[in-house]
Ligand binder design. Structure first.
Ligand SMILES: [Cu+2]
Length: 147
C-alpha cells in the first residue's frame, strides 16, 4: 500500500512520465574543482514495466569516457568498481547516489562548476534512451572518490 502511494506520488511529480517505461528523476552531476579529471552523475531511475530493465550504457560530450560504477567495501575500504549494468527492478526504482551506483565521467572535457549544465545520454536494455541535461551541483561526500 505504502509503495503504491509512493509510486503514484512520483508519477504525478515527474514531468517525464509519459510513453517511456523508464523515467529519470532528479539527475545531476557533481561539481569538481578546475583541473580535476573525473566526476560522476547521479539520479533516480524508475521502471514502470513489469520486467526488469537495466541501464547498460551512458555517453556524454562532457567526458572522454563514461562508465557505470558501483562502490564496494573491500577490506574496510570503499572502492569503485565498474559494473556491466545498473538494474532497475520491475515496477521499482534504482538510485544512483554518492557512495553507491553512479555514472562515472572520466577525462572531463569541460569544467564542472556549480550551475553549469552537461549533456548525458542513457541507453537501457529495453532499447529506450534518455537525453538529459544535468545541472551541476556541489555534493558533500564523506569519502574520497578514488580509482
Ligand atoms: Cu566511479
Amino acid at each position: 500500500m505504502k509503495k503504491t502511494l509512493l509510486s503514484l506520488l512520483l508519477l504525478v511529480l515527474s514531468p517525464l512520465a509519459l510513453a517511456q517505461d523508464i523515467q529519470v528523476m532528479h539527475p545531476y552531476a557533481r561539481a569538481v574543482p578546475p583541473g580535476q579529471m573525473n566526476s560522476a552523475a547521479f539520479m533516480m531511475l524508475k521502471n514502470a514495466a513489469s520486467e526488469q530493465v537495466s541501464l547498460v550504457k551512458a555517453t556524454s560530450p562532457a567526458a572522454n569516457v563514461v562508465e557505470l560504477h558501483n562502490h564496494i567495501m573491500d577490506d574496510g575500504v570503499m572502492k569503485m568498481r565498474q559494473v556491466e549494468d545498473i538494474k532497475v527492478p520491475a515496477e521499482g526504482m534504482a538510485e544512483l547516489k554518492p557512495g553507491g551506483f553512479h555514472v562515472m565521467l572520466i577525462g572531463l572535457k569541460q569544467n564542472l562548476n556549480e550551475g553549469d549544465q552537461i549533456q548525458l545520454k542513457l541507453h537501457f536494455s529495453n532499447g529506450e534512451m534518455a537525453d538529459l541535461e544535468l545541472p551541476v551541483k556541489k555534493v558533500q561526500m564523506g569519502m574520497k572518490h578514488k580509482h
